[in-house]
Design a protein around this ligand. Structure first.
Ligand SMILES: [Zn+2]
Length: 85
C-alpha cells in the first residue's frame, strides 16, 4: 500500500483541514493517510481537541487567530513528533 501523502505533507495542510477550508481532493488524501498512519491520527485528534477547547471558550471566534494557531502548533511540537517516529 503506497501513501501519496507523507506525514510532512499532511502537516502542511492539517490546519486547513480542521478549519474545513482544505480542497476536497486533498481532504480525501489526508483522511486516507490518517487511516494508515497512527502517528498522524494522534496529531489530528490532539489538534481537534485543542481547537475544540479554544472554540468552547468563545462562541464569537469561529476560527483561530493566527497567533493562537502558531502557539498551538509550537506547543504540539509537531516537527519533533514526526521526526521521532
Ligand atoms: Zn503520517
Amino acid at each position: 500500500m503506497h501513501d501519496k501523502f507523507v506525514c510532512d505533507e499532511l502537516l502542511k495542510h492539517i490546519s486547513e483541514y480542521v478549519d474545513g477550508t482544505l480542497r476536497e481532493d486533498l481532504c480525501v488524501q489526508l483522511e486516507e493517510h490518517i487511516h494508515s498512519c497512527h502517528n498522524c491520527e494522534i496529531v489530528l485528534n490532539t489538534l481537534k481537541k485543542t481547537i475544540d477547547l479554544y472554540q468552547g471558550t468563545s462562541d464569537m471566534e469561529r476560527s483561530l487567530p493566527d497567533d493562537v494557531r502558531s502557539r498551538l502548533f509550537a506547543r504540539l511540537d509537531l516537527d519533533d513528533f514526526i521526526e521521532k517516529s
